[in-house]
Design a protein around this ligand. Structure first.
Ligand SMILES: [Zn+2]
Length: 256
């Protein structure tokens, strides 16, 4: 929040992966910095063979339906982490489960990012991105396939918690035109209302593509840094260009 405020951000959401932990702290920090705050979450979805992220904005963090849904996702995290650690062990890097757990602070929060941070810390790789490129990314030796939430469930939990479902960084899924159209149709039919157009996970030349998609489908548009932490993300909060003027920003739903 401090970083965003320093970069001139006027309102910001926190959307951590499959958890609403930290929203209260972030809201306090935002108010201290004098910027608006929007509650959020980013839900992992398995759609066919593709992992898709659905952001929920303006959610009620205390919603029981959302909490129950997130718990069902988190339950799978430890099993997956064990299998990743076993792969890394076989590759000659022992002890990663314990180390990643210590970094995550809890089983519920444990993710590939914590493994990546540990691998970077012990010098197995130069930085977290290289941990994904070499070990943890799809198709790499320590990648473990995991089934996340269904798309209809994720959208349902978000709307059930009073939030707006936003398809995160749609350009990142490597879908062919037909798959892309099918995903967008399904997302809209299920109650999805917005897509990210300008994000740290899109190349600048992709913005126009997703602007056209938002116009065509009548989606609200969102802008997200995809900032995970210092040194781990290409873009810091408040450093992306504005949304194309033709689009209606998702934040018009909340007055600041
Ligand atoms: Zn994401």
């Amino acid at each position: 929040m401090e970083l965003g405020a320093r970069h001139g951000v006027k309102a910001m959401a926190l959307t951590d992966h499959d958890t609403v932990d930290g929203l209260e702290e972030a809201a306090e920090a935002a108010s201290r910095c004098g910027i608006g705050f929007v509650t959020g979450v980013e839900i992992s979805v398995t759609w066919g063979e593709t992992t898709v992220h659905v952001v929920g904005l303006g959610i009620d963090p205390g919603s029981a339906v959302l909490a129950e849904g997130l718990r069902s996702i988190q339950d799978g995290r430890l099993g997956r982490a064990r299998r990743m650690a076993a792969c890394l062990d076989a590759l000659g890097i022992p002890g990663t489960l314990e180390a990643a757990l210590a970094l995550a602070g809890s089983e519920q929060r444990l993710s590939r990012t914590h493994f990546a941070r540990h691998l970077a810390e012990v010098g197995a790789v130069k930085d977290t991105q290289r941990a994904f490129d070499k070990y943890l990314g799809k198709g790499k030796p320590a990648f473990v396939q995991h089934r996340w939430a269904r798309l209809e469930d994720a959208v349902g939990w978000i709307t059930g918690a009073g939030g707006i479902a936003v398809l995160a960084h749609p350009g990142r899924y490597g879908l062919k035109p037909l798959g892309r159209a099918t995903l967008l149709d399904e997302f809209k039919r299920l109650g999805g209302e917005a897509i990210e157009v300008v994000t740290g996970s899109h190349r600048p030349e992709e913005y126009a593509t997703w602007r056209r998609v938002a116009e065509e489908y009548g989606f609200l548009a969102s802008r997200g840094s995809d900032f995970h932490g210092p040194g781990e993300s290409p873009v810091e909060p408040g450093r992306l260009p504005p949304l194309p003027a033709s689009l209606e920003p998702v934040w018009t739903r909340w007055a600041h």
